[in-house]
Design a binder for this molecule. Structure first.
Ligand code: BT5
Length: 331
C-alpha cells in the first residue's frame, strides 16, 4: 500500500494544474479504482489536500508539513545518506532505533525519523525535549572509514552540515558552540548526540542524532529551558518577519542529508582539516573566554583553537594549555 501511495502522490505532483483520473491511476498501478480511492483517503487523512471530482478525478492542492520517506527522497541526490529512511509517528528515541538497525547490519547512511520522541536523549544522560510535529528528530547510522581519534570530527561535520542547510533553505546564519550546539542569538536551536559502537579498537558504527526545534512557539518549550532554547520559527518571525509555515521540514531534512553526504565524503577521504576550517567560520566559541565543566572539574580560559581531531584548545589564566575532548562549555 505504501508503494501505491507513493506512486499516486508522484503522479499527482507531476500534474498539479490538472486532474488525474482514477482510471489512469488504476491503470498505471494495476490496482482497482477502489484501491486508488482508499489511498487517496489515507493521504487526505495525513493532511494532503486533494480535490476529488467524480468526473475529472483527483487534483493535489496542498502538501502538508509531514515527515515521510517519499517527501524526503523526492529530489534527494545522495548516494549514501538517506537511501533507506524509516519514519515513525512516535518512538522512544530515534538513536535507540538506529542503534538496533545498525546492530542488525543496516546500510551506511540509514536514516530514522520520528514526529515525536517520548524519551529523546541529550549527552551524559540528559533529556531532549522532542515535542510532536514541531521538530526534526533524526538519527543517521554511519560507518566511517576513520580511526577512533577522529570521531569528534563527525560531530563537528554534522554541525557544519546543519548550519549550511539552514543557510541554503531559509537564509538563516546560525552559529556553532563547541562541540555540538547550534545557536541563534545565543539560544540553542539544535543539538547533536553522537553515539558509538566499537569492536576491537575500531569503530563499528556511529549513530548521529540531530534534534532541531523547527516550529515551536516560545510557550511550547518546557519552562526550565525556555530562556535557553529557540526554534527556527521564532527566529524567522523575529528577524525576518517570516512565517515558518512557508517552509517544510522535509525540504530542510533533504538539504541536511545532502550537506552531510558532502562532509562525510571528505571525512572518508581523509580531509578532516577542511571540515575543521569550515567549522571555525561558524564558531561562536573561539576567541572567547569560556568556562569548561567536565564531571566534577571546572576551569576558565580562552578558547584558542580547535585541532585536527576536533579538540578544543583552551589557554588557562595561568598559561597552561588544555586540549578538551568533551565537556560543557559556557561562553
Ligand atoms: C544535545 O545534548 O544537545 C543532543 C541532543 C540530541 C537530540 C537528538 S533528537 C534525535 C536523536 N534521538 C535522541 O534521543 N537524541 C537525538 P546536550 O548537549 O546534553 O543538551 C541537552 C540539554 O539541552 C538539556 O539538558 C536541556 O537543558 C537542553 N534541551 C533539552 N531539550 C531541548 C530542546 N528541544 N531545545 C533546546 N535545548 C534543549
Amino acid at each position: 500500500m505504501i508503494k501505491v501511495k507513493e506512486v499516486i502522490l508522484k503522479k499527482l505532483k507531476e500534474s498539479t494544474q490538472d486532474y488525474v483520473s482514477g482510471e489512469e491511476l488504476s491503470n498505471i498501478l494495476g490496482v482497482s479504482r477502489t484501491a486508488v480511492w482508499k489511498c487517496i483517503n489515507e493521504l487526505k487523512k495525513e493532511g494532503y489536500v486533494i480535490d476529488s471530482s467524480s468526473k475529472k478525478g483527483y487534483k493535489l492542492c496542498y502538501v502538508p508539513d509531514i515527515i515521510n520517506s517519499w517527501e524526503i527522497k523526492e529530489g534527494l541526490g545522495t548516494r549514501i545518506i538517506g537511501q533507506n529512511i524509516h519514519c515513525f509517528s512516535e518512538i522512544d528515541s530515534t538513536n535507540n532505533y538506529a542503534k538496533t538497525l545498525a546492530q542488525k547490519g543496516c546500510d551506511d547512511g540509514t536514516v530514522v525519523l520520528a514526529e515525536h520522541q517520548t524519551q529523546g536523549r541529550g549527552r551524559l544522560g540528559r533529556s531532549w525535549d522532542s515535542m510532536g510535529g514541531k521538530g526534526i528528530w533524526m538519527s543517521i547510522v554511519l560507518r566511517p572509514a576513520v580511526g577512533l581519534e577522529d570521531v569528534q570530527i563527525i560531530t563537528l561535520a554534522a554541525a557544519v552540515a546543519v548550519v549550511l542547510a539552514f543557510k541554503k533553505v531559509m537564509g538563516i546564519d546560525a552559529g556553532i558552540k563547541w562541540p555540538n550546539d547550534i545557536v541563534l542569538d545565543g539560544k540553542k536551536v539544535c543539538g547533536i548526540l553522537t553515539e558509538m559502537s566499537m569492536e576491537m579498537e575500531r569503530i563499528n558504527f556511529l549513530i548521529l542524532g540531530i534534534g532541531i526545534n523547527f516550529s515551536h512557539e516560545e510557550s511550547e518549550f518546557p519552562e526550565e529551558i525556555r530562556d535557553r532554547a529557540t526554534s527556527l520559527g521564532i527566529y524567522l518571525k523575529e528577524k525576518k518577519g517570516m512565517d515558518i509555515s512557508r517552509f517544510k521540514r522535509s525540504h530542510l531534512i533533504r538539504a541536511i542529508l545532502s550537506e552531510l553526504e558532502e562532509v562525510y565524503d571528505m571525512i572518508n577521504e581523509g580531509k578532516a582539516g577542511v571540515i575543521v576550517e569550515e567549522w571555525k567560520k561558524y564558531s561562536v566559541t573561539l576567541g572567547k573566554e569560556v568556562v569548561i565543566k567536565y564531571r566534577e572539574e571546572q576551569y576558565t580560559g580562552i578558547a584558542q583553537d580547535v585541532d585536527q581531531s576536533g579538540r578544543l584548545i583552551v589557554k588557562q589564566d595561568d598559561g597552561t594549555v588544555r586540549e578538551i575532548l568533551s565537556g560543557e562549555v559556557s561562553v
